[in-house]
Design a protein around this ligand. Structure first.
Ligand code: GLP
Length: 640
């Protein structure tokens, strides 16, 4: 365990280990768990392992399965207890944690079925209390949990202990937080299908385990992880209770670690090497915390905020302010593909060649509009050859109600002259009708090929319509339809060689001068991160190709993860009209709109989020003392 803490970790109240990737962290933890299991087996004793669900532990489970298969690790002496289960879901429901655990782990190892314990989602409401007490008793009878694995939800929950859960809470039924339900909406093919209740071990139950390991991957977990590790202990962030445990550690990848003081503002916790990037980050931060534009920062502000050393090395404030102001100013361009016949020394993109072949990669339709609709319109209107490549069909994100409406339309359209198609569509429609209203039923027959094909076609139509809204020809769209998506479910996708080859062939065919791509730093099991990873591998494979040497890769982000000003290498301003056009384009993705606006879920609508993100970035630039724009879309240059 990491007990030796360095100066830079002084604010961390839980020992936190930063790993290069979620894979290396998962491998390390799996090896540790294997060691503990073997040690107990040698003593003729059992090992009691507490387990979690969600995408976070998926790699850990894969590694445990590998250790079982390839290195003879036996789980015959292991007793498991899972943290939680949705209330109302039976074992066979595609999203039940029972099913998840069996598919991810238990079916592939030799743990005896009677040593596996998972809360029962179908206990009648009136019996829940007694059932939960019995679960606690079972844990006690097994000798208590030796090691509990935990993930963290964006509300700061552990298990399903949402904010408000007390230090001493025990296994019980809880109401899920709105944010938690929204995060699960993808898995359930619509927020309205997400259960409202769950059974979870309590905070007290978790703290009773002899050892705790919490895992967090991806940028979306950075803020909440930093609060849990560095913030006060409070029931408004249940993961902070882990600080009270004597044997606990947190394993994070770089993206999830990025909110920790030692990475976010390292100059506050010790001496740093003042690289140009760190100087820009810290001065931008100083402007934000003091609420003063860059050019109005004084030496005293630097001194009062732990930046005296920077001042000594690179100051005075006057020089530093101007330098960082200029650097930031140079990120702004109305010419995202480069400005022909202009001096490009200080521009984010080269003037030549012009026009450029531009490839925009979207993990699924609408990602590109949310992240860079305005920029796509500009690139096209400035004469570049823009191709938008939809990597997956996105059909899993189409609600059944949309599919039913489309099926009805197709049926009436093909009734007279397309009997075979009519019959196929009717079969899909009948299935949709049959499952409607079944309590706790799987929302869609997610593996039904014909249904998924129909949903994929819906998204294609929307994507084309969105491109037309921006003035692009329909031919600008390429539907790559990577096979891994068609074979999988959210959180459980596994791209393979076939996907790699398809993307590789596409890049070789296009030989782009510019690629816009998203997904870097996302939760590694998310669709965006998997698509990015595939792209990264293809580029590594193509390394050395002449055209690739001339190609620039720009990262864009969807509104759920926004750029901080210091991370931006290219900022493309949008006029009010351009912003309205972008919103209009996003609006074409009608299957992605909220299905139940009456429940007050309107705030999560994608076009509103995208509009707000672009406006807020413009405000942030304005606050730094740069020009005041209506909205900005931003990119960071990927250096590989
Ligand atoms: C769910 C689970 C938690 C899990 C969290 C994070 O709500 N009940 O145990 O830690 O989600 O999920 P993910 O790992 O997919 O980010």
């Amino acid at each position: 365990m990491n007990t030796l803490r360095s100066e830079s970790q002084q604010r961390e109240r839980i020992p936190t280990e930063i790993h290069d990737s979620s894979e290396s962290a998962s491998r390390e933890l799996a090896a540790y768990i294997a060691g503990r299991i073997r040690q107990r087996a040698a003593e003729g004793r059992s090992f009691v392992l507490g387990l979690a669900t969600g995408s976070t532990p998926v790699r850990l489970y894969r590694e445990l399965v590998r250790l079982h298969r390839e290195e003879g690790l036996s789980f015959s002496n292991v007793i498991t207890f899972n943290l939680d289960e949705y209330h109302g879901l039976g074992r066979t429901h595609p999203e039940s944690y029972w099913r998840f655990m069996h598919e991810q782990l238990f079916n592939h190892i030799d743990v005896p079925a009677d040593q596996v314990n998972i809360p029962d989602g179908l206990v009648a409401r009136g019996d829940v209390f007694a059932w939960c007490r019995a679960y606690e008793e079972r844990i006690a009878a097994a000798g208590g949990i030796d090691l509990q694995v935990l993930g963290i939800g964006r509300t700061g929950h552990i298990g399903f202990n949402e904010p408000g859960s007390g230090r001493d809470s025990r296994t019980r039924i809880v109401t899920l937080d709105a944010l938690t339900r929204r995060d699960a909406a993808r898995d359930f093919l619509g927020e309205s299908n997400v259960p409202r209740y769950a059974i979870t071990m309590g905070v007290g139950t978790i703290l009773d385990a002899r050892e705790l390991v919490m895992l967090a991957w991806g940028e979306a977990k950075a803020e909440v992880t930093a609060l849990a590790v560095e913030g006060p202990v409070s029931d408004s962030l249940p993961a902070s209770f882990l600080q009270l445990h004597a044997k606990v550690r947190v394993l994070v990848d770089r993206a999830a670690a990025s909110g920790l003081t030692r990475l976010r503002t390292p100059w506050l916790v010790g001496p740093v090497e003042w690289t140009p990037a760190l100087a820009r980050r810290s001065v931008t931060w100083l402007s934000q915390v003091t609420g003063r534009p860059l050019l109005k920062l004084l030496d005293s502000h630097y001194g009062e905020h732990g930046m005296a050393e920077l001042l000594t090395e690179q100051g005075p404030a006057y020089h530093l302010n101007i330098r960082i102001f200029n650097e930031t100013q140079h990120t702004i361009t109305g010419w995202p593909g480069g400005k022909p016949n202009a001096d490009d020394t200080h521009r984010p993109e080269r003037a030549l060649p012009h026009p450029k072949r531009v490839l925009v990669l979207a993990p699924e339709p609408s990602d590109e509009m949310l992240g860079m609709g305005g920029t796509i319109a500009r690139l096209a209107s400035q004469g570049h050859q823009v191709s938008v490549v939809y990597m997956s069909s996105g059909n899993l994100a189409v609600p059944d109600t949309e599919a039913a409406a489309a099926a009805e339309l197709l049926m009436s359209f093909s009734e007279k002259d397309g009997p075979a198609q009519y019959a196929r569509t009717r079969a899909v429609w009948q299935k949709l009708m049959a499952q409607d209203g079944e309590e706790g039923a799987a929302p869609a027959a997610a593996n039904e090929q014909e249904l998924r094909r129909l949903k994929g076609l819906i998204r294609r139509g929307e994507a084309r319509s969105a491109l037309r809204t921006l003035g692009l020809p329909t031919e600008a769209a390429t539907f790559l339809g990577l096979p891994f998506y068609e074979k999988g479910r959210y959180r459980q996708f596994r791209p393979g060689l076939e996907d790699f080859e398809m993307l590789r062939a596409l890049l070789v065919r296009h030989q782009p001068h510019q690629v816009f791509v998203t997904g870097a730093d996302q939760d590694p099991s998310s669709l965006g991160a998997l698509c990015f990873d595939l792209f990264r591998k293809v580029l590594a494979d193509l390394k050395g190709e002449a055209w690739l040497e001339q190609c620039r890769v720009w990262l864009y982000r969807t509104p759920d993860k926004r750029w901080a000003p210091h991370e931006i290498d290219m900022a493309v301003p949008l006029s009010p009209d351009q912003l309205a056009q972008k919103v209009q384009a996003i609006y074409q993705h009608r299957s992605q709109r909220s299905q139940s606006p009456s429940r007050g879920e309107l705030h999560s609508e994608e076009w509103l989020q995208a509009e707000q993100a672009a406006r807020e970035l413009a405000k942030a630039y304005d606050a730094l003392g740069l020009a005041e724009y209506e909205a900005i879309e931003a990119f960071s240059r990927w250096k590989g």
